[in-house]
Design a protein around this ligand. Structure first.
Ligand code: SF4
Length: 457
């Protein structure tokens, strides 16, 4: 399928081929779904909303509910005030959410719609029922990516809702970053294991991985509640996971309610999970339970058992900056060699950070922010690797180059495990080691000559 890709690399400034990112409102929609009884609302054309919902539905294999301002030519010329007011009226009348979270699209941003003014007008006109809330986030897709959209939405929940009563509570806020529902559940298990009281926001567990019980619920049981979002301003600490996806919300909360924050990486692998557990342990003045220590030991044991197969294996990996920072660190922990690291999201600081992480094992790592999967493919043609990691779109590269492929990141549309099993924490680390070794051994079992096929590895 990609047999036309050549090894000759030409520098491109104004063209992306097979981008390694998607647009901001998808992230805003995902974050909004992590709030209980929240309706994400796309202020733009129906096409944007349909695309964003379908991408999330394909990844999570759950019906993703969101509404749209349904722009047509009129709104494109005269602005979307009337459309948004009508939409809010319909949403509260028909779907009865507790909160509507409006995010913008390219079109409404180019028009320059003043969303706070429209929300104010709708409230004054009695369209927003008593006790219901409407908030907004600006998510223009001609800048940033789905990750910055997620971050902007999380920040909006803080700026609109978090309150400080003046009485600090013995609670830690955990901002999980863009991770899977299974990861959010795992973060909660780890935090409960350490014995701290916490608020996780947003929380898509039990929203996008609900049990099938025969009953459809437009608003599933899960999600951070509005009282919890308000109470975040009284917590004594925020632990924010992922500098790009979580830190803006943590900074906003510090500014608004004076809640200090610890800025950590998403806990993939041993060191990042240690840092997360340690931050909670110190915050709660608690001890790490024996069971978590054993989990950590089992992960270290598995890495040690498999190190002879992983050592110096070259990896090409692409995806979102926060995911990549943690996963590249984990690959280095395992003794592997990240050879090319690509993100579609812009970020020079992130590039340098990845170079620093890789310096001990591969100072020549090729790192590119705001790049694409086509470049990754061309680079592989010039510098062969042993493994490719990335979202579903990477499978064509892996197929063309006959390489083992680990699905990782967003979107994954052709497998189901990502939403069911955590990648974070020690248990998640074991799953990653399992997936990498399985994929590499499967290739050897298929292709090694008969006299080299091993029964026992
Ligand atoms: S890039 Fe802009 S116009 Fe296209 S789907 Fe995303 S928000 Fe809509």
């Amino acid at each position: 399928m990609l047999d036309g890709t050549t090894a000759e690399i030409r520098e491109r400034q104004h063209l992306r081929v097979n981008p390694a990112k998607t647009c901001q409102p998808i992230g805003a929609m995902y974050a909004a779904l992590g709030v209980n009884k929240c309706m994400p609302h796309s202020h733009g054309s129906q096409g944007c909303c349909a695309y964003h919902r379908s991408q999330l539905t394909r990844h999570y294999k759950e019906p993703v509910v969101a509404t749209t301002s349904s722009f047509t030519e009129g709104a494109s010329v005269f602005g979307g005030l009337a459309n948004l007011k009508t939409a809010l009226d319909n949403i509260f009348t028909i779907y009865n959410p507790d909160i509507v979270s409006v995010h913008t699209t390219c079109l409404s941003e180019v028009i320059g719609d003043d969303i706070p003014m429209i929300i104010k007008k709708a409230t004054e006109d009695g369209i927003v029922p008593e006790g219901k809330l409407v908030i907004h986030a600006n998510t223009p897709s001609f800048v940033g990516s789905h990750v910055t959209g997620f971050a902007n939405q999380c920040k909006a929940f803080v700026t609109y809702l978090a309150e400080s009563s003046g009485e600090t509570k013995n609670v830690v806020n955990i901002f999980p970053g863009w991770v899977e529902p299974a990861d959010m559940r795992e973060l909660k298990r780890l935090a409960a294991g350490v014995g701290v009281e916490f608020i996780l926001a947003p929380d898509t567990s039990d929203v996008l991985d609900t049990a099938l019980d025969g009953e459809y619920r437009m608003y599933p049981d899960g999600g951070t509640s509005i009282p919890q979002l308000k109470a975040m301003g009284d917590s004594f600490l925020t632990v924010s996971l992922g500098p790009l996806s979580s830190k803006p919300a943590a900074e906003a909360l510090e500014k608004k309610c004076k809640v200090p924050f610890k800025d950590l990486e998403i806990p993939y692998g041993v060191a990042a999970t240690d840092a997360f557990i340690d931050a909670l342990r110190l915050a709660g003045d608690t001890a790490v339970p024996k069971e978590l220590e054993k989990e950590r030991g089992r992960l270290v044991d598995m890495i040690s058992d498999m190190s002879q197969y992983l050592h110096k294996k070259k990896v090409a990996i692409f995806g979102d900056p926060d995911h990549l920072t943690s996963m590249v660190s984990f690959l280095v922990e395992m003794g592997m060699e990240p050879a090319i690291v690509i993100s579609g999201t812009p970020g020079k600081k992130w590039e340098q950070n990845i170079r620093n992480i890789c310096a001990p094992v591969n100072p020549d790592v090729e790192v590119r922010a705001f790049s694409d999967i086509h470049f990754l493919h061309q680079w592989i043609k010039n510098n062969p690797v042993d493994l490719v990691m990335g979202n579903t779109y990477g499978k064509y590269v892996a197929r063309e180059e006959n390489l083992p492929f680990i699905r990782f990141g967003f979107p994954i549309m052709d497998r189901v495990g990502h939403r069911a099993f955590p990648t974070v924490g020690y248990m998640g680390g074991m799953r990653i080691v399992e997936k990498i070794t399985d994929a590499m051994f499967d290739k050897r079992d298929r292709e090694d000559p008969d006299h080299e096929v091993e029964l026992v590895l």
